[in-house]
Design a protein around this ligand. Structure first.
Ligand code: AMP
Ligand code: ZN
Length: 470
């Protein structure tokens, strides 16, 4: 079956064909570790994980590389303002490296909870300064750079295809006054190396042929991608916000340095939106992280389910309804799988499946091999579960097979996972107290709250019981 993916480069759905038969070189733009990843950020890594798992499901061997940005990402994605790492360090009284270590650890704890496979190679910007300097030197030798009082810049007017990737309106950018020029030659020019300011105390700075300073944000991805995967790779991912600046700049500097096409397929995931359809972001202070979800009794894999239920190229508006629906569906799935496990249902080899079961296998592939249509994949799973023509063994086998891509933890589901979360038990206790003290208003309100979270309370004259809704 062909695997179709939407390529930002051609703005079309294309049949995926790797450079080397059976192998995929995939680079994922990683997190800037200056704070806790929010669930919007995590959506981008769930998408990259689905992509990797689908490639593996299709039989490819995937070499997955991800960077950690621990220097150089400035407060504005352009090249001015403070370094996000330095700013966080200053605010907390710690060093940038301490900050990076803390948030990197938490990032990996979060992605583990979401069943996101770790990259084969995880590389930090601060550990690849030499590679970044070497790449800048190459660009300098070829005449693509110039130096200002502030740093070494890439001259975008020397790369004629600069605007193509993001369909940038360069004339519009020139006419408008949205981008600060300082002493840059063109508004789209970007920093490859920034000089440390005399009056600024940085805890991250290095010597370079141009003076003491630190690398610009974009150069790290080109340098590490080329180092670990080569000058031309198959797939590069990121969020849609990376298209006009970060990835446009990565293409310019990589292709000018090597003279080769940098990436064959560029894939971008859409935003998670908060109330009033604003992007979830630290700067808008509208963020939610996995701990906040946990405090509401929502487990990480229910959030993964929520993401899978929407296509990665569609914006996803986060809200009470979508959340409740995902929590309910996920707990139904768990109940069903646990009932199969309780009955001692066994997995059978895929070639022993009957014709109807095999059709579901094809249906599932049709969905996910069509630009990672996970909502269709989930829908196929539910129709399959409800199909009386299939045996329990077949259903269990298919669910486990689909979970190679969906990664909802089906194989490892255990009784304790469906134990009622502590936060829910706290609400239930408060509801019992309200009932005992005949505070009927509060008691009803708490019952409704539990109901909205997928739990049902049954009262008897003696006591009350709580359970998952069917
Ligand atoms: P950062 O750590 O800021 O470099 O961002 C990490 C990833 O999160 C990038 O791929 C961004 O595109 C992505 N991202 C940031 N905000 C959102 C959001 N609200 N929804 C989805 N992805 C996001
Ligand atoms: Zn990047």
């Amino acid at each position: 079956m062909t695997f179709k993916i939407y390529n930002t480069l051609s703005k079309k759905l294309e049949n995926f064909k790797p450079i080397e038969k059976g192998r995929v070189k995939m680079y994922v733009c990683g997190p800037t570790v200056y704070g806790r990843a929010h669930i919007g950020n995590l959506r981008a890594y769930i998408f990259a994980d689905i992509l990797r798992r689908t490639l593996e499901y299709a039989g490819y061997n995937v070499n997955h590389v991800m960077n950690i940005t621990d220097v150089g990402h400035l407060v504005s994605d352009a090249d001015f303002g403070e370094d996000k790492m330095q700013k966080a360090a200053k605010e907390s009284g710690q060093t940038s490296l301490q900050i990076a270590e803390k948030w990197t650890d938490l990032f990996f704890q979060d992605i583990d909870k979401l069943n996101i496979k770790r990259a084969n190679k995880i590389c930090k910007a601060t550990e690849h300064i030499k590679e970044q300097i070497d790449l800048i030197k190459k660009l300098e030798d070829k005449g693509y750079t110039y130096t200002t009082s502030d740093g070494v810049y890439f001259d975008t007017s020397k790369f004629s295809r600069y605007a193509d990737f993001a369909k940038l309106n360069i004339k519009g950018l020139r006419a408008g006054n949205r981008i600060s020029m300082r002493d840059k030659k063109n508004k789209t020019d970007f920093a490859l190396w920034k000089f440390s300011k005399e009056d600024e105390k940085r805890d991250l700075e290095w010597d370079s042929p141009w003076g003491k300073g630190f690398p610009g944000w974009h150069i790290e991805c080109s340098a590490m991608c080329i180092k670990y995967l080569g000058e031309t790779i198959d797939i590069h991912t990121g969020g849609v916000d990376h298209i006009p600046v970060h990835h446009t700049n990565e293409i310019a500097q990589s292709e000018c340095a090597t003279g080769k096409k940098f990436v064959n397929y560029w894939l971008h995931s859409e935003f998670l939106l908060m109330d009033s359809n604003k992007k979830m972001s630290k700067s808008l202070r509208n963020i939610i992280d996995l701990d906040i979800l946990g405090s509401q009794g929502i487990e990480p894999l229910a959030y993964r389910y929520l993401c899978l239920n929407s296509h990665y190229r569609k914006q996803l508006a986060y809200g009470k309804e979508v959340l409740e629906s995902a929590v309910n569906s996920y707990s139904k799935l768990k109940k069903y799988i646990l009932s199969l496990k309780d009955n001692g249902t066994k997995v059978i080899p895929l070639n022993k499946l009957g014709k109807s079961a095999k059709n579901y296998l094809q249906e599932f592939k049709k969905g996910i091999f069509n630009d990672l249509n996970t909502p269709q994949g989930l829908a196929t799973m539910w129709v399959m579960i409800k199909d009386d023509k299939l045996s329990q063994e077949e259903k269990y086998t298919l669910a486990i097979d689909f979970d190679n891509v969906l990664a909802l933890g089906i194989k490892g589901m255990k009784k304790e996972i469906i134990d009622i979360p502590n936060k829910i038990m706290d609400l239930f206790k408060r509801r019992n107290e309200a009932r005992l003290t005949k505070n009927w208003g509060e008691s009803d309100r708490l019952r409704d709250e539990l109901d909205s979270k997928g739990f049902i309370i049954s009262d008897t004259p003696k006591d009350s019981k709580i359970s998952y809704k069917d």
